[in-house]
Design a protein around this ligand. Sequence first.
Ligand code: M6R
Length: 618
Amino acid sequence: MCGITGYIGDRDAYPIVINGLKRLEYRGYDSAGIMMYDGNSINLSKTKGKVSDLEVITNKEEIRKIGKIGIGHTRWATHGEPNDVNSHPHFSESGDLVIVHNGIIENYDTIKKELLSRGYKFKSDTDTEVLVNLIEEVKKTEECKLGKAVQLALTNVIGAYAIAVFDKTKPNELVIARLGSPIAIGIGKDNEEFFVASDASPFIEFTKDALYLEDGELAIIKKGRKIKVRKIDNDKPVDPDIQELKLSLDQIEKGGYDHFMLKEIYEQPKAIIDTYRGRMLPNEGIIKMAGIDDNISKFLNADRIIIIACGTSWHAGLVGEYLIEDMARIPVEVEYASEFRYRNPIITPNDVVIAISQSGETADTLAAIKLAKSKGAFVFGVCNVVGSSIARETHAGAYTHAGPEIGVASTKAFTTQITVLTLISLKLAQAKGTLSKTAVNNYLQTMQQIPTQVEQLLKIDPIVKDIAHHYMEATNCLYLGRGFNFPVALEGALKLKEISYIHAEGYPAAEMKHGPIALIDENMPVFVIATRKGHYEKVVSNIQEIKSRRGKIIAIVTEGDETVKEIADHVIEIPETEEALTPLLTTIPLQLLSYHIAVMLGKNVDQPRNLAKSVTVE
Ligand code: M6R
């Protein structure tokens, strides 16, 4: 969703702010804007479209040459359509204050009415312009400094925000605040400069010292002075917890790949190893996961496990359900976080909730966690982004260690989430004795082969690309799988939909005859996962049913399969492994296929239309 960048120091602010916006493009946005202060006046440029469109405008203007202080924004529209006027930054009525804002001010309408009655006029339809005018009004009536005005204004606000505010009358500082939307502050040597951004990627080459504001905190940054942090609700000072960033520049660059998505698909062997490294000792049959070890009785005594997540993470959760029930024999329910939080679910202190999220910032998942906690459930997080809101909000958890995922379409997040869920399932099975020692050891040893097998699969990319050529013109596609691979069918369909805009549906293979079979004709490509140990004969029958209706069959089979080869139009072979581990392999060709089709159709693979990388609004 929206992205914020900012700079205050001795360098030229323009390149830092604009390059920062480019690094945040992956979050998804529809307009961009920038504000620079030249020592006398505020220069502001904003436009609907991409950061490159903004650069075209700023190329012709003085804005790029001036200023040691600036803020920038990429906007994903919530209140008000994406257009130039609604883009950020926004001025206050007097023109003294400038704001960039991520999130939603839910009570903006009430505040707007009040401000209108006091003579304020509004140019945009945004809740953000309301907020900056509220700050201005408080500053005026309370006769206070910007920091205090922001703090007081925010106590009247309902909603979520990360904001950066600049005041022309005190042009040597920025005020930053956060509630429910992440914001990081990079701290330069001797506090001589500060960087602001929605995540640390925009300033990684300048400093490794960063402060992630906590919810309900406000910071004042001023060149040459220590950062000041205070609580928004009671104005109490907070000791800033400055962390050393582990992120490196090559992790957030394309590294020779055409797209981040492709890079991330190819990173999966390493990402899977990084995720299980130190957590399993296959020869000894040991699984070490501190978050589970320390809370093992909660899991073993749980009436059930509820998995909550959205999108791809929800698909990983479904694989988790199959794994945990199969291996550890604990009942599992998988819920969309957005439904769970509003449907008045029955949650008791005997429930264990596993919340899965790549970004750790998804608003619905976060709200569902808070609900589960309020009912006394123990909540375990599976997140990728270290220090994210969900990682902090959960009682315990396990990181996926996939490294930054920048392509909007999740790839390595999915396989590493499944890796963590597999380890959790084996750990619980071991503790409960539902799997024998030999079986656990066998799984761990087989698991160790997965990264090499993924490498092997990536080598068949040219075959997948050729298949993509055949089906790039399709308007509808069906994805079928059974058992552990039913969620992979859902995930395959989601990947195609989100980056190529081709309509696709995932189904359990046997469900086909209860409806979707009516869609099948010679124009319908059907992607079927038919692994050798996965109810194989049944799936082969489904393939026959498709064939008899002249559907096109693209089958993912275990290597050496001869039967399906006879029937299918195209076959992709995956290496042999335990059926429970096949999702880690079958998903790879489906990711590649979606990628190639989207590229062939000329779509924006890394930033598909309307989508945001982390959905921080509900
Ligand atoms: O960051 P999260 O895992 O919580 O995100 C959940 C979904 O928004 C995300 O998986 C989304 O579905 C992806 N675009 C899928 O590729």
